[in-house]
Design a binder for this molecule. Structure first.
Ligand SMILES: Cc1cc2nc3c(=O)[nH]c(=O)nc-3n(C[C@H](O)[C@H](O)[C@H](O)COP(=O)(O)OP(=O)(O)OC[C@H]3O[C@@H](n4cnc5c(N)ncnc54)[C@H](O)[C@@H]3O)c2cc1C
Length: 395
C-alpha cells in the first residue's frame, strides 16, 4: 500500500520555513514536503531596521531557500497563480505576474499550508511610493539607507499609512533608530524626526500601559509623535504630505509603512472572509476546508477586545509549529495534538545599543495581558542573538 503523503507549503517566509523544517523532522522520508515561493531567498525582515541604518548588509540578512533541500525539503520557485482549497490544488507559473509566457503546472496536496504573508500596496495612496522609502521591503530599506547617508539635516518623517500592519513595533523602532543614527553622525542638532501614525497609539492590541510605555520611549528621544494622522496623499515633487484631518507636513526624507492586504491569489481563492484575511480556528489554524491550514500574516484571528491578533513573525513561527505537529500526528498517529495558546513576544529597539521587550498572552480575555520591560542592553543583545539563531536553526 502506498501511504505516502504530499504536504505543500505556500510561502517560504517565516511560517513556511518553520512548517517545512518541523514537518521534515517529524515525518518519514517517503512523505513529500514541498515549499513554494516566488523568491529565491528567505529574508529575515526584523533586520531591515538595522540595514537602513547601515548596521547590516543585504547579504547578511537573507539565505537561499534552496538550502532547505539539504534537509530533504523540496523547494519549488514560481508564482502561485491559483489556489483551489477544496481540491487542495495549486497552480504554479514559472513566470512573473502579468507575463503570458513561461510554463504552468499544477501541484496536488494531501495537506496544504498557506503562509503567503501580506501584500504591500503603497500604490493605493497617491504619491506615497514616489515620495518615500518603503522600509518594509529590502529595496526600500536599501534606498532609505542611501537617502540617510546623503541626508545632512532637516526633517525626517516616519509614517504608517494604515493603523494595522505587520510588526506593530517596527515603525516606532525605525524612528528611534533613525534618530540615533543622525545623532551618531553629528547631525542630531539640525535634524527633526517626526512620526505620523494612522493609529491612535503604538501597539494598540497590547493595551494602554504598553502603548503608553512605547510612546514614552519615542518621545524621550525628542521624536515628535502625531497619532491619528491618516495620510491622504504625498506630493513627491515638493515633499509635502496631506492628511485626511487637514493637517500637512513637509519632509526631506520620508520612510513609510505601506497599506497591507492579503495576496491577490489568496483573496481570489475563496479562503478569505469579509475581513479580507483567512479565518482560522485560533488554536489549530484549520481553515474551513479539510486539510487546508493558514498561518501567519495572511490569517485574520479576531480577539475579544475587537482587534485582530497582530501580524508578527513570532505568531507565524508558533502557529507553524502547531500545524506541523498536527499534520505529522495525522499522518503517523504519533505525538499529542498541539494547540496555539496566543503567547508571543517582541523586542523594541530604541537605539544606542538598547531595546525594550514586550511579552504576554494575546489570547487572554477580555484583553491581551502583555508586559513591557524597560529598554536596556540585554534585550538588544537578545535581538542580535535571535537573528543569529534564526539562521542557525532554520538554514
Ligand atoms: C521591518 C520589519 C520588521 C519586523 N520585525 C519583526 C519582529 O521584530 N518580530 C516579529 O515577530 N515580526 C517582525 N516582523 C514581521 C514578520 O516579518 C512577519 O510577520 C512574518 O514574516 C510573517 O510570516 P509569514 O510566513 O506569514 O509571511 P512572510 O514571512 O511574509 O512570507 C510570505 C512568503 O510568501 C511569498 N509569496 C507571497 N505571495 C506569493 C505568490 N503569489 N507566489 C509565490 N510566493 C508568494 C513571499 O515571497 C514570501 O516569501 C517584521 C517585519 C518587517 C517588515
Amino acid at each position: 500500500m502506498n501511504d505516502a503523503k504530499t504536504i505543500v507549503i505556500l510561502g517560504g517566509g517565516v511560517g513556511g520555513v518553520v512548517t517545512a523544517t518541523t514537518l521534515r523532522k517529524k515525518l518519514p522520508r517517503r512523505h513529500q514536503v514541498i515549499i513554494v515561493d516566488r523568491e529565491r531567498d528567505h529574508l529575515f525582515a526584523p533586520s531591515l531596521l538595522w540595514l537602513m541604518t547601515g548596521q547590516r548588509s543585504a547579504r547578511k540578512i537573507r539565505r537561499p531557500l534552496d538550502r532547505l533541500t539539504k534537509k530533504g525539503i523540496e523547494v519549488t520557485h514560481g508564482e502561485i497563480e491559483r489556489i483551489e482549497p477544496e481540491a487542495r490544488r495549486v497552480r504554479l507559473a514559472d513566470r512573473s505576474p502579468g507575463d503570458d509566457r513561461g510554463s504552468v503546472r499544477d501541484l496536488d496536496a494531501d495537506y496544504l499550508v498557506v503562509s503567503l504573508g501580506a501584500e504591500l500596496t503603497p500604490e493605493t495612496i497617491p504619491g506615497l511610493a514616489e515620495g518615500g522609502h518603503n522600509f518594509y521591503t529590502l529595496a526600500g530599506a536599501e534606498s532609505l539607507k542611501d537617502a540617510l547617508e546623503d541626508f545632512n539635516g532637516g526633517r525626517i518623517v516616519v509614517l504608517t499609512a494604515t493603523p494595522a500592519y505587520k510588526c506593530p513595533a517596527a515603525p516606532y523602532e525605525a524612528a528611534m533608530l533613525i534618530n540615533d543614527y543622525c545623532r551618531k553622525r553629528g547631525i542630531g542638532d539640525r535634524t527633526q524626526v517626526d512620526l505620523y501614525a494612522a493609529e491612535p497609539g503604538p501597539m494598540g492590541v497590547t493595551g494602554p500601559e504598553v502603548s503608553a510605555g512605547v510612546r514614552q520611549m519615542v518621545e524621550d528621544k525628542g521624536i515628535a509623535y502625531h497619532p491619528e494622522h491618516q495620510v491622504a496623499e504625498v506630493d513627491a515633487r515638493v515633499r509635502w504630505i496631506t492628511f485626511d484631518n487637514g493637517a500637512t507636513a513637509d519632509f526631506d526624507v520620508l520612510a513609510y509603512v505601506p497599506p497591507h492586504c492579503a495576496p491577490r491569489v489568496v483573496s481570489e481563492s475563496g479562503l478569505v472572509d469579509d475581513s479580507g484575511w483567512i479565518p482560522v480556528d485560533r488554536n489549530t489554524l484549520d481553515t474551513r476546508f479539510p486539510g487546508v491550514y493558514a498561518i501567519g500574516d495572511v490569517t485574520g484571528i479576531p480577539l475579544k477586545m475587537g482587534k485582530p491578533l497582530p501580524m508578527a513573525g513570532v505568531f507565524a513561527e508558533r502557529e507553524a509549529e502547531v500545524v506541523a505537529q498536527n499534520i505529522a500526528r495525522d499522518i503517523t498517529g504519533k505525538g499529542e495534538p498541539a494547540s496555539y495558546d496566543g503567547f508571543g513576544e517582541c523586542f523594541v529597539e530604541t537605539g544606542g545599543g538598547k531595546a525594550g521587550f514586550g511579552r504576554g498572552n494575546f489570547y487572554a480575555e477580555p484583553t491581551p495581558q502583555v508586559k513591557l520591560y524597560k529598554a536596556n542592553r540585554r534585550w538588544h543583545l537578545g535581538k542580535v542573538l535571535f537573528e543569529k539563531n534564526w539562521f542557525r536553526r532554520w538554514f
